[in-house]
Design a protein around this ligand. Structure first.
Ligand code: 6OG
Length: 164
């Protein structure tokens, strides 16, 4: 193990929608930067002078072109990559309604996925571990220690909480 001496605070937003009675989730294919080539929710670094929630709303609009007036806190994830002293603190939110038109941006190519066709094999490997808790509407906290290669999970735990 290697020590963590600083952290980055990030957001991660999943918007759900109803398509003729079928529930789907909006994922984006990350086109550049950290996690490029993976499907994921929308989010990024919280900036100075904004709350974490404001950061989540802003990133969703920047990356998917849609606006939300309400997001629900759903989970917290802590990531540590072996050899990297900066840990990631990721605040996960759930959105159920939005305004505007979902559109592709420089950063993300959005697409709706039915809940039984989530492309876990093209997502960060932690996602399949906490996803069942998240879609089960339970609030969760998870910790993941990744190898240096950012692929293999060396240790993890996920817990369910009454509130966050
Ligand atoms: P930018 O660097 O693009 O923000 N993120 C992760 N998401 C999942 N599902 N698993 C991980 O495992 C992640 N690490 C980071 C947080 C990065 C975006 O990627 C998310 C942000 O939404 C390690 O600004």
């Amino acid at each position: 193990t290697s020590p963590i001496t600083s952290k980055k605070v990030l957001t991660l937003v999943f918007v759900f929608g109803d398509f003729d009675g079928e529930r789907r989730v909006l994922l984006g294919m990350k086109k550049r930067g950290f996690g490029a080539g993976y499907w994921n929710g929308f989010g990024g670094k919280v900036e100075k002078g904004e709350t974490i929630l404001e950061g989540a709303v802003r990133e969703l609009e920047e990356e998917a072109g849609i606006r939300v007036s309400h997001l629900e806190r759903a989970g917290m994830l802590w990531f540590h990559f072996e050899g990297d002293p900066t840990g990631l603190e990721v605040h996960v939110y759930r959105g159920e309604t939005f305004e505007g038109v979902v559109s592709e941006t420089e950063e993300m190519r959005p697409e709706w996925f039915s809940l039984d066709k989530i492309p876990f094999h093209i997502m960060w490997p932690d996602d399949q571990i906490w996803w069942p808790v998240f879609v089960g509407n339970k609030k969760f906290c998870g910790r993941f220690r990744f190898a240096k290669d950012q692929k293999e999970i060396l240790a993890h735990d996920v817990g369910i909480f009454e509130s966050l």
